[in-house]
Design a binder for this molecule. Sequence first.
Ligand code: ZN
Ligand code: ZN
Length: 357
Amino acid sequence: MTRGDRLTEVVRERELSALVVTNLENVHYLSGYTGTNGVAVVGAEGQRDFFTDFRYLERAEVEVRDFERLRGKRDLLGDAAERLSAGRVGFEEEHMSVRSHRRFEGLVPEGVELVGVHGLVEGLREVKEEGELAIIRRAAALADDALAEALEGGLAGRTEREFAMALEDGFRARGAEPSFESIVASGPNGSLPHAEPGDTVIAEDVLVTVDYGAKIDGYCSDCTRTFATGEVGAEAREVYELVRAAQAAAGEAIRAGLGCKEADSIARAVIDDAGHAEHFGHGLGHGVGLEVHEGPRLTPAASEEETLVAGNVVTVEPGVYLPGRLGVRIEDLVVVTEDGSEVLSQLPKDLTVVGET
Ligand code: ZN
Ligand code: ZN
């Protein structure tokens, strides 16, 4: 069954006559198209239209499979509207502005009722096919390799930004791009989970959190390791071991059937028990694929019905952040399997002192 076939089933289940797909990652997933202007229409009766404008027709000729390739105008919503017939037609409400929606309402033929839906294609994307897993495995291995190489140049004495650039140069040298802007956060900067690497010179005897991912063939990886640049002191070591224990507990529990909320709570309980509940301010993890943050989300906010299924690719990334002092996050990228998980992040998780020989 093609991805288009699977979406047709979802369209039927939702009692829609068609779904208009405007999110480009979703269009890419369904059709193979990688350009920057494209819309797909998937009908309950097998209609499968793809539109792009003249700039991308040649690209579409090469890339688009399983869809009828149609030449559109620059405003593809108008073209999509012309292919719709009466009935309930879904549109991706998370990916359409209020303004576009208003315009679309004016373009669709009489008898079409536009229905906002979300997560239909994203739901399919959460379960990876073997081919997708193969690419993500390569991306993860490549990113680890680039980090190992960057670390050979040491951490202390370089600025956070210099280190981030060395790492990302390593991705490019290996034919990949960064899947997001790398985080290199040293010393007190580590207490900001999303710190941007700056001009801070990495000191001796501090922790440094490096959150990095590579993107190849459209797919992302995501991993975090926290390193030491020397003797970091008892508090830092304690927090490190705590995060490591929380990461291990959740990592060992990951398997098909585990609740998304439950996965989060396994790691959270370890951190709470150590008195650091308020220092773990984000969810345990997220899905990774064409986007670095996608479903499923492993958070306290996940509903009880959301469970992991085989083929999900998720991160397991607890952290503890002590404002103004230090931060530790350890993140693995894992593939969920029927009886456990396959860990794609291969760098060691023992606290590693970089620069020590
Ligand atoms: Zn990350
Ligand atoms: Zn992540």
